[in-house]
Design a binder for this molecule. Structure first.
Ligand SMILES: *[C@@H]1O[C@H](CO)[C@@H](O)[C@H](O)[C@H]1NC(C)=O
Ligand SMILES: *[C@@H]1O[C@H](CO)[C@@H](O)[C@H](O)[C@H]1NC(C)=O
Length: 216
């Protein structure tokens, strides 16, 4: 019985800590959805369809605004999740936020995952289609270049990039629980452990480096 009392106490303590942190998550954010959308739209206005130039403009603007929290090492890493395949460049990763460019030159389609963070997906080139089922919903949602697709915490959709499409993805909320979704396809499908290693290394390195600068 004593064991159960202690266990109950521990669970209550952890739950209230989680609840406290959860209701204060906002304090840890350094980026905003409006900033991401703004920097992406500026880059598109300046560079049209040159995706290389769009991405380098975005990264240098973000670096100017947040010099200590931007990864300038442009390493592209494959990502398989929810049946979709693409590649990403991790621009920022911490416990409560991440910023990546994600996309594919050949297009892809899959399950968005049901996440513990809000997700803001700004299309840099190409177009994204999305489907969330319901009565009367028989046409895709369309997100053309420059538009921002907001997936609320807990929401889930089927999405598709019909052809080449790249997006600036900003997520805010609890990031570590999302990593499970990002990894699952490695174990059930691709067995690409080199990619798993690079993802883990870059994500872990960025998270720890940010923590060391007091950025949760
Ligand atoms: C970008 O590419 C799209 C699709 O090929 C085209 O419709 C659009 O006019 C292009 N925009 C610019 C600024 O070149
Ligand atoms: C796109 O931008 C990059 C980087 O600014 C530049 O090197 C390249 O020549 C541009 N490509 C085209 C087709 O304009």
């Amino acid at each position: 019985m004593r064991f159960l009392t202690i266990l109950g106490g521990i669970i209550a303590a952890i739950s209230s800590l989680m609840y406290f942190l959860d209701s204060h998550l906002e304090k840890f954010y350094i980026f905003t959805p409006a900033e991401m959308h703004g920097v992406a739209k500026d880059a598109i206005a300046l560079h049209g369809n040159n995706t290389t130039a769009i991405i380098s403009h975005i990264v240098s603007e973000l670096h100017r605004a947040h010099p200590d929290h931007i990864n300038l090492d442009e390493e592209w890493i494959f990502n398989n999740a929810g049946g979709a395949m693409g590649a990403m460049y991790i621009i920022h990763a911490s416990i409560t936020e991440y910023v990546i460019v994600f996309g594919s030159a050949v297009g892809t389609e899959g399950h968005s995952g049901r996440h513990t963070a809000d997700d803001y997906f700004t299309i840099l080139s190409g177009e994204q289609l999305a489907y969330s089922p319901g009565p009367g919903r028989f046409e895709p949602e369309r997100y053309p270049q420059g538009s921002m697709h907001h997936m609320k915490r807990g929401e889930v959709k089927q999405y598709r990039m019909r052809e080449a499409c790249f997006a600036l993805e900003y997520a805010r909320g609890w990031i570590p629980p999302m990593l499970g979704f990002g990894y699952a396809d490695t174990f059930t499908s691709t067995l690409d452990f080199y990619t798993l290693w690079r993802t883990t290394w870059v994500t872990g390195y960025e998270m720890v480096a940010n923590l060391a600068k007091m950025k949760l």
